[in-house]
Design a protein around this ligand. Structure first.
Ligand SMILES: C[S@@+](CC[C@H](N)C(=O)[O-])C[C@H]1O[C@@H](n2cnc3c(N)ncnc32)[C@H](O)[C@@H]1O
Length: 289
């Protein structure tokens, strides 16, 4: 089977040295060395087109700060092989999310325009395919934003992470926040690792983790729940966590499983089946809806 083409990230920046370590260190450094990703650092100053290597100028209409010239950005972009996406980093852009990372991870060449000062001349918008913001705050430059996107996108490429499954349970990938993780020591400052994680029952571990992910998301990011692809077992767990049936309906969650009933041998009466251990305990009898 042929190897997938590498995903190349081209960074157009006034400070390429800020981004260089992301391409040479840790997992991304190894991925670059193995040819799984490519990183291309382009100094906007090389495309200034004047003797003084000036890339910016004062804003028309007056005001504080300097604006990066659009012709500089255009020349720098024209020096690259065609990109699938040209992304401008700006606080005014669409919010970068895990979904965007998943979408971008399927491309072969991404070009990132990193602003400084007051940002780029607005006419740069005609050169880009999308504008991304990494949050509602203003940084001094687009390099840290571009590094966030590099990290989030590159780790989704096949082979970059050792264990492919490791990003599937990540916060947001499953639609929920991640469950809490523990390692040695089993007890620290009076806090013990939950017993279920040490019992070796994989079904029970999976059920506990799912319920923890639901509980965390409910406590910290309930806005994620309507889009989390909740299952009937999740609905049962959320009812146990105190969510009302009306709220479950509002989130579009499916009804919890109907408890299995078995016939009583003695009188033929239906009695609820006993709750099984571990994963099957998810099918606990939920409160009446
Ligand atoms: C000081 S900021 C410019 C802010 C601009 N005057 C504004 O208020 O939208 C300089 C550069 O940092 C980058 N930047 C700052 N905050 C960002 C954010 N939250 N997301 C993405 N890029 C950001 C952009 O590339 C921007 O051009």
């Amino acid at each position: 089977m042929s190897e997938a083409a590498p995903l190349t990230f081209s960074f157009l920046t006034l400070f390429p040295e800020l981004l260089a370590p992301f391409a040479s260190e840790a997992i991304l450094g190894k991925a670059a060395a193995r040819g799984l990703i490519g990183v291309n650092l382009v100094n906007l100053r090389d495309f200034a087109g004047n003797r003084h290597a000036r890339v910016d100028d004062a804003p028309y209409g007056g005001g504080a700060g300097m604006v990066i010239r659009v012709d500089v950005a255009a020349r720098a972009l024209a020096s690259l092989p065609p990109a699938d996406e040209v992304i401008l980093f700006t606080p005014a852009g669409e919010r970068f999310t895990q979904r965007t990372a998943e979408e971008l991870s399927g491309r072969e060449h991404l070009a990132f325009l990193c602003g400084r000062y007051e940002g780029f001349d607005a006419r740069v918008e005609g050169l880009v395919t999308r504008e991304l913001s990494v949050g509602d705050f203003v940084m001094m430059g687009g390099e840290a934003a571009a590094a966030c996107v590099l990290e989030a996108v590159a780790r989704l490429r096949p082979g970059v992470l050792g264990d492919e499954a490791s990003h599937q349970a990540d916060s947001f990938s499953s639609g929920l926040l991640d469950y809490p993780e523990y390692t040695r020591p089993p007890e620290w400052r009076g806090e013990a690792v939950p017993e279920v994680l040490r019992g070796g029952n994989h079904g029970a571990v999976a059920a506990w983790r799912r319920e923890q992910a639901l509980a965390r998301t409910l406590a910290r990011r309930p806005d994620l729940l309507p889009g989390a692809g909740l299952t009937p077992q999740d609905s049962a767990a959320l009812l146990r966590l105190g969510v009302s049936p009306a709220q479950l309906d509002a989130w579009g969650a499916p009804p919890p499983p109907v408890p299995k009933r078995r016939r009583s041998a003695r009188r033929g009466a239906a009695v609820p089946a006993p709750a099984a251990e571990g994963a099957a305990a998810e099918a606990d009898v939920p409160p009446e809806r």
